[in-house]
Ligand binder design. Structure first.
Ligand code: ASP
Length: 600
């Protein structure tokens, strides 16, 4: 290398992770972060990392004494530029786990582009203990340097890209809708934004673009989509955030099956990103069947252990606990936990407590042994009943039979959750399955015991099923809607519906949920008005992008596939938000706080 070469400003030629045996002999310039620095008796090895991966850089005091001296001062996360020649790693030192593991760079020049403080946790250190999530969120920019997080963000990008490409091919227009809007009807609490120019009035942040995408159908857009941020002020759980992203879409002149087919194509394209081929059409199951067989409207169909209805078996039972429930319109249902008869008394008590957590008054259990059905309950049952019961459950030696007798909703909840709990505990769920499932024909309305009101299951713009329209005035809770949910491995991924475009039906629905026209006009007036100018038949769906990417990435929380999520407390630990604001800002907004914010 000439003197001129040695003083020239370095320009990056390659990504650290891109070097391969074919590059041997090339002089390259890499830029990135020093991940590790190991001094092996004279030779210094620095693993240099950029987005593409890691390159092993070797500093030899004999070949490049200046660079070697400098390398001694390099600490973790310093930003470096190195120039050197790609060489094969000496025999026996090839690292098959690294894509660049066959080569190393013999460094001739080193430039420190920036120094760094010691990071609060190591980056990409497989042997380091797990880092507390709040610390990761506090220093999210460092956390995102980890290969796992980079992989997740890359996957998210690829999924979004595949979705855009597919929807573009299908004739969809990507249209942005505003964030400062009026309240939307998704049923959660709104985030409000005070309007400075109209003191005392507020915008709501969209819980979804629902009303606007329906308006776009009136506008004649026909096929709309958007990767839409949806904001809901809900209590946060493992897989919830205040903000989540939906692949939100709406189509005109379609029926339910057109939407399902389109979404199946979209999902197939998205899953191809991770090399998974999902067969279409996806299986379909009615809400009623899902609740009956799995006790859930988002059944995990990767394993069996379905709920068995024993109401007929115990129709004439003398056993009071069952007879009483059946007489008052309840159900007796059971689960057969294959081969689990040997669970201990303590474990059975735990399962009972678990079921009670979902409203069950108790859990009857039967251990199937060679010659008896071991249970405190057996003595109350006749031999014929026991026989019919075993038959219905498909009971075999060593099975454990678990029964709940209660109102249908409690039976479904408690056995449905017990089924998932046991599958997890007994490791019954096979790896590598992608069970997509449509759950269709949800009830239009549900009873809300808190408000003593009948409420829409989804939102008030969902079309009732034509064949159920007659029930609307007489038995509204029996009316099914043109509603569909997409479920993946027991996770609700998305929901959608065919919407009402006819005024007469809309009015009947609003009457059923007791929403006076005034209130409708006030909340959704523009949409109602727009519908009077020729609304086409339309329907759509919102697909939860965070959850989909989470499942594809094999992560357990959506926080791991969102660049800057909130902690479970709802706070942004990196930005330190929310925060108190300057009194002058409040004054400008015409707001006063009732209570001084507490010091953090
Ligand atoms: N807006 C609905 C939701 O957020 C989705 C849809 O019906 O398209 O669940």
């Amino acid at each position: 290398m000439t003197h001129e070469d040695m003083t020239k400003k370095l320009r990056r030629t390659d990504g650290c992770g891109d070097l391969r045996a074919g590059d041997i002999g090339r002089r390259v310039t890499l830029m990135g972060w020093a991940q590790t620095n190991r001094d092996h008796g004279g030779l210094i090895f620095i693993d240099l990392r950029d987005r593409s991966g890691i390159a092993q850089c070797v500093f030899n005091p004999e070949d490049a004494p200046d660079a070697h001296v400098e390398a001694q001062h390099i600490r973790s996360e310093f930003v470096l530029a190195v120039q050197g020649v790609v060489a094969p790693r000496p025999e026996g030192t090839v690292n098959a786990k690294l894509p660049t593991g066959e080569v190393e760079v013999h460094v001739e020049r080193l430039q420190v582009l920036n120094t760094a403080k010691t990071p609060p946790f190591p980056i990409n250190d497989e042997n380091a203990p797990e880092v507390d999530e709040n610390l990761r969120l506090r220093y999210r920019y460092l956390d995102l340097r980890n290969a796992r997080m980079l992989r997740n963000l890359t996957l998210r990008h690829q999924v979004a890209h595949a979705a855009r490409e597919y929807l573009d091919e299908q004739g969809f227009l990507e249209i942005e809708t505003p964030l400062l809007i009026k309240s939307t009807p998704e049923g959660a609490r709104d985030f409000l934004v005070p309007a400075r120019l109209r003191s005392g009035e507020f915008y709501a942040l969209p819980q979804s673009p629902q009303l606007l995408k329906q308006t776009l159908m009136v506008s004649g857009i026909e096929r709309y989509y958007q990767l839409a941020r949806c904001l809901r002020d809900e209590d946060l759980r493992g897989d919830r955030q205040f903000e989540h992203t939906q692949i939100d879409l709406e189509m005109s002149f379609v029926e339910r099956d057109d939407v399902l087919k389109l979404v199946e194509g979209l999902i197939r394209r998205i899953m191809a990103v991770i090399g998974v081929e999902v067969p279409a059409p996806f299986p379909r199951m009615s809400y009623t069947e899902a609740m009956a067989r799995f006790g859930s409207d988002k059944p995990d169909t990767r394993f069996g252990m379905e709920l068995v209805d024993l109401s007929a078996v115990f129709a004439n039972t003398e056993f009071k606990a069952f007879a009483g429930v059946l007489a008052s319109g309840g159900q007796v249902k059971g689960l057969n936990v294959k081969g689990a008869a040997s669970l201990s008394r303590r474990e059975l008590d735990e399962l009972t407590e678990f079921a009670k957590g979902f409203g069950a008054k108790g859990l009857a259990y039967f251990q199937v042994t060679a010659d008896e059905l071991k249970s405190p309950v057996t003595k109350f049952l006749s031999p014929e009943e026991i026989e019919a019961f075993k038959q219905a459950m498909g009971a075999e030696m060593n099975d454990l039979l678990l029964l709940v007798a209660d109102v249908p909703s409690v039976v479904a909840q408690s056995l449905g959750r017990l089924r998932l709990h046991l599958a997890d505990r007994l490791r019954l769920i096979p790896e590598g399955l992608w069970n997509y499932l449509w759950v269709v024909d949800f009830p239009m309305f549900e009873w809300n015991p808190d408000t003593d009101q009948i409420e829409p299951m989804h939102h008030p713009f969902t079309m009732p099923k034509a064949e159920d329209l007659a029930l609307m005035d007489t038995d509204p809770l029996q009316v099914r809607g043109e509603l569909y949910d997409l479920v993946l491995n027991g996770n609700e991924l998305s929901s959608g519906s065919i919407r009402i475009h006819r005024r007469d039906i809309q009015e009947r629905v609003l009457r059923t949920i007791n929403m006076p026209l005034e209130q409708v006009r006030e909340r959704f007036g523009f949409l109602v008005e727009a519908f009077e100018f020729g609304a086409p038949p339309h329907g759509g769906m919102g697909i939860g992008l965070d959850r989909l990417v989470m499942l594809m990435a094999g992560e357990k929380t959506i926080r791991d596939v969102i660049a800057f999520p909130k902690a479970s407390s709802g706070a942004d630990l990196m930005m330190d938000a929310p925060t108190a604001v300057d009194p002058i800002q409040l004054r400008d907004l015409g707001l006063a706080l009732l209570k001084k914010p507490e010091a953090k």
